[in-house]
Design a protein around this ligand. Structure first.
Ligand SMILES: C[S@@+](CC[C@H](N)C(=O)[O-])C[C@H]1O[C@@H](n2cnc3c(N)ncnc32)[C@H](O)[C@@H]1O
Length: 217
């Protein structure tokens, strides 16, 4: 599997220097480097933004700004990202990476609880101060995926895309009986809810830890 991952990375577009810098800083300064999207999923995020021509993007769960940067590298001129993160201790890595990628001017970082920030952003959209989003990437607290989805879905334009990360949760959502930890229970319920909805199309890509593609009808 490692050989396959290496082959895919070596034969895809090369990782931007800013992304390498973020990865290095994340490894040096945090104990959670496995939370990063990484080069393969990162390249997919950039590609998705490019092929969908998404201009207004929402990200729930910034961490050290790696996936934000991947989304940003696909943005057209005049595009914008709102990225939501609870922890403000990593802001120097986040801003350092975005600066190196030449993206600082087109990303707004919102520190605080995502559900509260989403409420504020929804108000701004409702009042016409902001356009609906073309694409959203959900990758924060796994215990709150349905709440994030409920908040984000109305903010997405018809035809827009929501990506939800870690939806296979290392295969735990498939286990019978289902493990009782809060994250697995929530992700399994999220997957069932998405599969039952008639107002969207969905597909789980078994890349890394599972990436669900949701297209609003
Ligand atoms: C898996 S990491 C995000 C990784 C990032 N998207 C990437 O691929 O590089 C999840 C992040 O969500 C943040 N988070 C957790 N609960 C949150 C909340 N209630 N509001 C906002 N952010 C939250 C965590 O602090 C963590 O940095």
């Amino acid at each position: 599997m490692e050989k396959l991952s290496r082959y895919i990375i070596e034969h895809s577009s090369q990782e931007h220097e800013a992304l390498k810098w973020i990865r290095k800083q994340t490894n040096l300064r945090t104990n959670h480097a496995r939370m990063l999207s990484g080069p393969t999923q990162g390249a997919l995020l950039t590609m998705l933004v490019r092929i969908s021509s998404a201009k207004n993007i929402l990200e729930v769960g910034t961490f050290t700004g790696y996936s934000t940067c991947c989304l940003g590298l696909g943005l057209p001129e005049g595009g914008h990202i709102d990225s939501l993160e609870l922890n403000d201790e990593l802001n120097d890595i986040i801003f350092g990476g975005w600066e190196r990628a030449g993206l600082k001017h087109c990303i707004s970082l919102h520190n605080g609880d995502a559900l509260k920030t989403l409420e504020v952003l929804a108000g701004q959209i409702a009042e016409g101060f902001k356009p609906q989003y073309d694409l959203a990437f959900i990758d924060a607290n796994k215990r709150q995926y349905r709440s994030y989805f409920d908040a984000v879905f109305p903010m997405i334009r018809p035809g827009g895309i929501i990506l939800a990360d870690n939806t296979l949760w290392n295969g735990k959502v498939l286990e019978e009986p289902l493990p009782s930890d809060a994250q697995t229970v929530e992700l399994a319920a999220f997957n069932r809810m998405i599969a039952s909805r008639k107002d969207l199309d969905a597909f789980i890509l078994p890349l890394r830890d599972g990436l669900t593609f949701i297209r609003k009808k």
